[in-house]
Design a binder for this molecule. Structure first.
Ligand code: GTP
Ligand code: SPV
Ligand code: MN
Length: 643
């Protein structure tokens, strides 16, 4: 940033300005109080703030201390300016409605910036568009910044948000500072991360990840923001510079685009740090599970966005005697300790969970977590000051009036959904009634099994186990899933989403695979996590799900744990180890399940699957595909031919 901002300072006057009025008014000097706050900052932080102030020209600067009083102030200010509405039915809960043009991550405008393109993305075969991330050169970024940032915060307050990913002071944690002109982002970061003065104290004079964020609408705005949600979708860009640990985001105020600790830091920049330092930064939930004998283990699971991580992380076991506790619902940082045991922390401090589909029937634990101190975005609102979304039909009194996520009156059967499919709650993790006692353990929790999975309506069985680590890495590489509303994709198509990380790789996926394969050398064989593939979403010919899912997924976890214990309950199949007939505990299952169909491995489907994966890996990863993955693919092809 230092280097970049210096250049920008020099070029600011001649740079073409986008999304702002032609002649912005001159800025007044920031207040003495803000200047005093800035004077207390240590040199590296202060330099970052001062350079940003010079470039972005905010009207005011506020260094966040993370206190209750500060938070109350922020929330009340946002309520006054119409950014938030209080949800009077609950305790300290608020609703934000975004501009309908700013509702999800924008993968097409997300870039990794490196000197060499190949550091960021494998070179696709001729004529193919690369699908494993977008590369930008440092020069192009410099230009993009110069076009967007000078004066972009005029009339707004710049919030200095110091945050720790992971418990403050844990050896596995990392510190970032987000400079943002969005009070919504500042308040959300206080929920999603450990935020405030303590972080600055812990940081001292060390380096930190520099996160710069602007909604990209200097005041006075050229056109009135929709829903009081300033954003600049035409000029949105989310850029990451791994070599400098920098994130630069412009134009969007929502989710992973703007809460920069989450996908940008913990996954994209995180994966590049993890590669350098020899660990893993993954799009995974972490849960603790105790079996009826009282033996507790931890499981991590990677499913693509909106494919069930939050739900599994908060599972209410249907099998008697089981207990599940939640460590994290979206991101895991995992490192082998000096005994060769893989240990994981959840770098986050809150849940930014998909609202639609969340109900007392599907996720009662989430329902107990989200009705205090929570920011809701793009859900529907009831006339008695509560929230509503698809899935709550049986829980909300139908006599109340409902306004949809646009703020318009809504009734059942009006066609369009009341809540945006990617509407979310942002709630403190500590409020989760089943938060794991070890969730803030500085050394992390030991991981016994890793699950990969996705939405596969056809052909893919409920669960199967990898033959070994190398095969497990292949299962991650070959992941595919039906697209969801969490990103800008249109329609339901089966997309390749290796490791559920396709939108989040911070470096070349081929190198990422080599890194994963190399992890086997770091682990002790006896405690190396076993790898599984699961699919809750297989459908019957009639269209319904074949498996009841949610709490009933305990039955799959039970089988997984018995495999971890070495029980002889699996048999070989063409695609991996599947449960021996009768070994999946179905006792007490309320509805009949067509196990034949749920576990069938249709030859034709798998032949197509093999060619689709082969084509994808060849076209997309090409020269950078590690040989062991090619080998696994060939072995799968041979086994499927024998079906
Ligand atoms: P991100 O926050 O985007 O990373 O999503 P996530 O992986 O945490 O997904 P989440 O748990 O929020 O689930 C998304 C949707 O999947 C919700 O509508 C859930 O109701 C649905 N879902 C979750 N688990 C199951 C399941 O076992 N079976 C079925 N049929 N649906 C499920
Ligand atoms: C996801 O899309 O995987 C999310 C939501 O968890 S966001 O933070 O917007 O990336
Ligand atoms: Mn996610």
């Amino acid at each position: 940033m230092v280097h970049l901002l210096r250049l920008v300072g020099a070029r600011a006057l001649c740079a073409r300005r986008v999304g702002s009025p032609l002649l912005p008014p001159p800025t007044r000097a920031i207040s003495q109080q803000a200047q005093r706050q800035m004077d207390t900052l240590r040199p590296k932080v202060r330099e970052f703030v001062e350079r940003t102030v010079r470039m972005c020209q905010p009207a005011e600067v506020h260094v966040c201390d993370g206190s209750e009083a500060e938070n109350a102030n922020l929330l009340n200010q946002m309520a006054e300016s119409g950014v938030l509405e209080p949800l009077t039915k609950y305790d300290n809960c608020w609703l934000a409605r975004t501009d309908p043009a700013d509702v999800a991550r924008v993968e097409s405008k997300t870039f990794i910036v490196t000197e060499e393109k190949r550091e960021t993305v494998p070179i696709p075969r001729k004529g193919r568009k690369g699908m494993l991330g977008n590369w930008m050169s440092p020069k192009a970024l410099e230009h993009a910044v110069a076009e967007r940032f000078p004066g972009c915060m005029r009339g707004r307050t710049l919030y200095v948000v110091p945050f720790s990913m992971g418990p403050v002071g844990s050896p596995l944690s990392k510190i970032g500072i987000e400079l943002t002109d969005s009070p919504y982002v500042a308040a959300s970061m206080r929920i999603m991360t450990r935020m405030g003065s303590k972080v600055l104290e812990t940081l001292g004079d060390d380096d930190f990840v520099k996160c710069l964020h602007s909604v990209g609408r200097p005041v006075p705005v050229s056109k009135k923001p929709i829903n009081n949600w300033p954003c600049n979708p035409e000029n949105t860009i989310i850029a990451h510079v791994p070599s400098k640990n920098e994130i630069i985001s412009f134009g969007s105020g929502y989710g992973g685009n703007s809460l920069l600790g989450k996908k940008c830091f913990a996954l994209r920049i995180g994966s590049t740090i993890a590669r350098r330092e020899g660990w893993l930064a993954e799009h995974m939930l972490i849960l603790g599970i105790t079996n009826p004998a009282g033996h507790k283990r931890y499981i991590a699971a990677a499913f693509p966005s909106a494919c069930g991580k939050t739900n599994l992380a908060m599972l209410q076991p249907s099998l008697p005697g089981y207990k599940v506790e939640c460590v994290g619902d979206d991101i895991a940082w995992m490192k082998f300790d000096d005994k060769g045991v893989l240990r994981a922390i959840n770098p986050e401090n809150g849940f930014f969970g998909v609202a639609p589909g969340t109900s007392s029937a599907t996720n009662p634990i989430a329902m107990k977590t989200i009705f205090s101190n929570t920011l809701f975005t793009n859900v529907a609102k009831t006339s008695d000051g509560g929230v509503y979304w698809e899935g709550l039909e049986k829980e909300v009194d139908t006599s109340v009036g409902i306004v949809d996520w646009h703020g318009d009156p809504w009734t059942t059967g009006s066609g369009a959904p009341s809540a945006h499919p990617n509407s979310r709650f942002c709630a403190p993790a500590a409020q989760c009634p089943i938060i794991d006692p070890q969730w803030e353990s500085p050394e992390g929790v030991p991981i016994s099994a890793i699950l990969f999975g996705g939405r596969r309506p056809l052909g893919v069985p409920l669960v199967y186990e990898a033959f070994n680590w190398q095969h497990g890495v292949f299962l991650g590489a070959a992941m595919r899933s039906e697209s969801t509303a969490a990103a800008e994709h249109k329609g339901k198509v089966i997309m390749h989403d290796p490791f559920a990380m396709r939108p989040f790789f911070g470096y070349n996926f081929g190198h990422y695979l080599a890194h994963w394969l190399s992890m086997e050398q770091r682990g002790t064989p006896a405690t190396m996590p076993k790898i599984f593939h699961v699919n809750w979403f297989r459908k019957a010919a009639t269209g319904g799900f074949l498996w009841p899912g949610f709490g009933e997924n305990t039955r799959v976890l039970d089988w997984v744990l018995r495999r971890v214990d070495g029980e002889d309950c699996a048999q070989e199949s063409a695609i991996g180890l599947v449960p021996k007939p009768g070994s999946l505990n179905l006792e007490g299952l309320k509805e009949a399940v067509d196990m034949q169909e749920l576990f069938s491995i249709p030859k034709e489907f798998w032949q197509q699957e093999v060619s689709a994966v082969a084509q994808y890996l060849d076209e997309q990863v090409g020269e950078d595909l590690p040989y062991p993955i090619v080998e696994e693919l060939e072995h799968l092809r041979q086994r499927v031919e024998k079906l």
